[in-house]
Write a protein that binds this ligand. Structure first.
Ligand code: HEC
Ligand code: HEC
Ligand code: HEC
Ligand code: HEC
Ligand code: HEC
Length: 263
């Protein structure tokens, strides 16, 4: 046996012992606090825990490890990872337009139709899923921040889509998204300009009109992010047009009221 082989055998045995002591430390069925998950896993996977800390699910929002994985290591332990991948886990918290825009997209429709045969035990990687669920897009490759965040850039999010679509098609989808949001922002700016001219509008009504615009702008974001035509074209742009009509109407009325009040 050469020295090289002996050394590598010793290293292998040592790492086996180390893994063994880790595995001994976790007990299936024991209820762990989130503090315990974080402390133990920060030693095992510092990068993963750091990604979570910096994410929207980090400490500030209080969505801890157990929010997605459950509170107990299971036998076999794989189970905790499987639970976190399931659409139902994400949609349990993200109800409303986040979930509904996905359900009305082609990806959502495919996953709903195939729900009974859906196998979430495969890692979130290309080739393992026919259509992406929430976690496939947002936690691709086990990333614990958000792989769809615009600041991650096209190299991350467009590359993930391009595992299933042509790169050119994907680029066009994202370019369309940028245009749609720019149009939505023009409508918001026009709303602001109109509202600024209405001196006699009740504050409560002003806030409600503004909030409605913000909600519908968010629908456009969900529409383009989740590839849901309903959210782009029904709950999104036309709803923003409706907001502008309501704002104009409210401003007109408030101005008509003015001379009466001045009497
Ligand atoms: C005392 C240390 C320790 C604590 C506490 C702990 N874990 Fe683990 N965890 C481990 C070890 C070791 C493994 C790898 C063991 C294995 O795969 O059998 C693991 C594996 C995992 C996996 C991957 C499972 C798989 O095999 O795919 C997840 C997910 C996980 N833990 C989440 C949690 C959560 C959530 C908590 C808190 C409720 C937690 N852990 C608490 C040590 C710990
Ligand atoms: C927003 C939901 C969510 C939260 C919160 C979350 N995870 Fe995960 N986690 C996932 C998903 C989804 C996967 C599966 C990734 C994959 O298949 O590539 C996963 C996978 C893992 C794995 C297995 C990694 C591997 O490579 O096999 C571990 C370990 C883990 N998570 C630990 C944690 C710990 C510790 C915390 C808290 C600090 C945490 N997770 C918080 C969703 C979450
Ligand atoms: C226990 C509840 C809970 C679970 C489970 C959960 N989330 Fe979240 N999520 C939140 C909260 C709270 C926030 C921060 C507030 C917000 O922006 O809605 C958030 C934020 C986000 C954001 C960023 C939103 C933003 O405004 O920047 C994304 C994307 C997201 N979650 C996706 C997911 C996905 C994908 C899953 C499943 C793998 C998941 N979430 C599981 C509660 C949850
Ligand atoms: C095809 C990939 C894909 C799937 C599947 C998907 N998302 Fe998204 N999601 C995106 C993209 C892209 C965005 C837009 C991000 C941006 O530009 O800010 C987004 C936006 C979001 C946001 C808002 C983020 C923000 O910055 O305000 C949340 C929350 C969210 N998704 C949760 C979910 C949940 C929950 C599911 C499943 C019910 C899901 N997503 C399914 C790609 C996906
Ligand atoms: C795991 C594979 C997979 C991933 C990843 C994926 N898709 Fe899809 N996508 C599909 C399948 C399958 C369909 C339905 C068949 C079709 O129309 O091509 C589909 C349909 C679509 C459609 C609707 C097409 C139509 O004719 O109505 C759009 C748009 C789309 N995807 C864009 C995206 C974008 C953007 C991403 C990334 C954020 C993405 N997809 C990620 C598999 C995927």
């Amino acid at each position: 046996m050469s020295t090289g082989t002996t050394i590598s055998t010793v290293v292998m045995l040592l790492s086996l012992c180390l893994q063994q002591s880790w595995a001994d430390a976790v007990q299936p069925g024991v209820l762990y606090s989130d503090q315990a998950c974080i402390e133990c896993h920060a030693e095992r996977e510092p990068d993963l825990v750091q990604q979570w800390r910096m994410s929207a699910h980090g400490e500030a929002s209080g969505v801890d490890c157990s929010g997605c994985h459950g509170e107990r290591h299971q036998q076999p332990s794989q189970r905790m990872t499987v639970q976190a991948r399931e659409d139902a886990t994400c949609a349990g918290c993200h109800q409303g337009s986040a979930a509904h825009s996905y359900v009305t997209s082609k990806h959502g429709v495919i996953n709903t139709i195939e729900a009974s045969r859906q196998d979430w035990s495969a890692p979130l990687q290309v080739g393992n899923y026919r259509a992406p669920g929430c976690s496939y897009c947002h936690n691709y490759g086990g990333d614990h921040s958000d792989t769809m965040a615009p600041e991650r850039g096209p190299a991350v999010r467009q590359w993930i889509c391009a595992g299933c679509h042509s790169p050119r098609y994907v680029r066009e989808q994202f370019e369309n998204g940028v245009r749609q949001l720019a149009i939505a922002d023009l409508k918001l700016a026009e709303g602001d300009t109109l509202l600024a001219t209405a001196d006699h509008l009740e504050e409560e009504q002003r806030l409600a009109l503004k909030q409605s615009q913000l909600d519908h702008r968010r629908n456009v974001l969900y529409g383009v992010g989740h590839q849901s035509p309903d959210y782009q074209w029904w709950h999104g742009q036309p709803a923003l047009d409706g907001d502008l009509i309501r704002i104009r109407d409210a401003v007109d009325k408030s101005q008509r009221r003015e001379p009466l009040r001045g009497d």
